[in-house]
Design a protein around this ligand. Sequence first.
Ligand code: AMP
Ligand code: ZN
Length: 475
Amino acid sequence: MSTAAPLKFQNTLTRQLEEFKPLVPGQASLYTCGPTVYNYAHIGNFRAYIFEDLLRRVLQLNGYKVNQVMNLTDVDDKTIRDSQKAGLSLNDFTAIYKKAFFEDLKALHIEPAEHYPAATDYIPQMITMIETLLTKGHAYLADDKCVYYKISAFPEYGKLAKIDMANQRSGTRISTDEYEKESVADFALWKAWDAKDGEVKWDSPWGLGRPGWHIECSAMSHAILGPHFDMHTGGIDNMFPHHEDEIAQSEACHGCKYVNTWLHCAHLQVNNTKMSKSLGNFFTVRQLLDAGFTGAEIRYALISTHYRMSLNFLIDPETKNSESLLQARSAIQRFQNFLGRLHDLGKDGAPSAEAAKVSDEAELAFQNALNDDMNISGALAAVFDFVRDANRLLDAGTLSKERAVATMKVFNSILGVIQFEVKNEFPAEALALLEERAAVRKAKDFKRSDEIRDALKAMGFVVEDSASGAKLKKI
Ligand code: AMP
Ligand code: ZN
C-alpha cells in the first residue's frame, strides 16, 4: 500500500502551509485553550474543542503520541463576576461548570486530553513567571500593587496577529482581560485585590491579588509542556490578545521560542448571525440533546466543515428543528445502514482483490485529505465513495466483511460517530419464538408455525424469510 502524504498544517504564525516537524520524533505536544467555567459551554465553544479533538486524532492516525493540555480557566473577570451573582464561592461556582463540561465532552465523543490543569492550582507558578518578567525588565509595578507587561520591551509583539507596532502609543495600560486590536496596551499580569473581588485573592510579593487571564496559560503550558512545544490552538477570537500576550510573556520570560505551530478555528454562527443570548440563538450541547438529537449528530455537524471556514449552524430557535443536525443524522444513518448490511452478512463472501483495493485506496484517500491541513470534506468524500463501492461489492457477493469493518474503524478513529455494536432490537421472547418457528417448520408443523407468526405479529413483528434464514422486522 502506498504511504500517505506528509502531514501539513496552516500555521497562523507564518500564514503558510507547513509540514509538521515535531520537536521530539514520534511525539506531539499540544496546548489547547479550554473553557472559562462560568457557564455551560455553547456549541461555538464545542466547535473549537471538536476541531482540537480532530487534530489530536489526525496526529494519532499519523502515528504520533499526543500529549495534550486543556486548561480550565476557573479564575478571571467573568468567573468572579458570575460567582458573586450566584451567591457562591468561586470554587463552588466553577465546580458546577467543570462537571458539566466533562459530561458534554463525553456526550460528543471527544477524547480526553492528557492534562486538564485548573488555573487556581497554578498560582505559585504564575507568580514565579511574573517575578522573572519584572527582573528581566519586561514588566513593571504600577501603583505599588499591580503588575503590567511592558509591550515596548518586546519588539516582536504583534507577530501573531500581524499588528504594526510602529503606529502604537507605548505606555498605555489596560486592566481587563479582553480588548480589541485597536487598544493594544500594556496588559495586567497581576491585578491587585479590590472590593469587587470579594473572597477571591492570593498573597503575592505585590500584596493580595489575582493573576491576569493571559499569564494563566503561559504558566500552565510551561509547567506541563516546558518552555517550547509543538502546537497551540484555539478559536480565532483567542488569537488576539490572548495568544499574542502568551507569546510575549513566555518568550520574554524563558528566552526561547514558545510554540512552533499555531492553529485557529473560525467561528460558528447560528442562522448566519453571531451567537448571542440576546438574539435568542444561543445553544448549549445539553439543549440540543434535550431536543432529541444525539451527541454523535452534534459532533458530525460541528466536525464536517473545514476548521478554518465559518460554520453556519442552521436551527429553528423555537422548535429546535435543525437542518444541520438532520443532515448529520442522515449521513450517520448511511454509515449505520452499511454496517447493518455487513452485520447481516453471516460470514464472509468470496473476497475479491477489488475489495482489498477499494479498502486500501479509501483509507489512503482519507488520510491524504486529513494530512492536507485537515481537509475534512475530502476525507468525508473518501468515506462516502467507499460506502458506495463497498455496497456494490456486497451486492456482488465479493466483499470481505472483516476488511470492510476494519476500514470503517479507521474512518471512525477520526469521525467518532459510528456505532459498531449492532444492538439487539428484539426482545428475547420474540427471538425465542423465531427459533421455535424454525424448528417446527423443519418438522412441517405449519399449524404451530402460523400460531407463532400471529403471536409475533401481536408483539409488533413480522417474519421475513430469506436465503440466510428468517429475520424479524418491526411492523
Ligand atoms: P472561552 O470560554 O470564551 O474562553 O472560549 C473557549 C474556546 O471556544 C476558545 O477556544 C474560543 O476561541 C472558542 N469559541 C468561543 N466562541 C466561539 C464560536 N462562536 N465559534 C468557535 N469557537 C468559539
Ligand atoms: Zn489560553
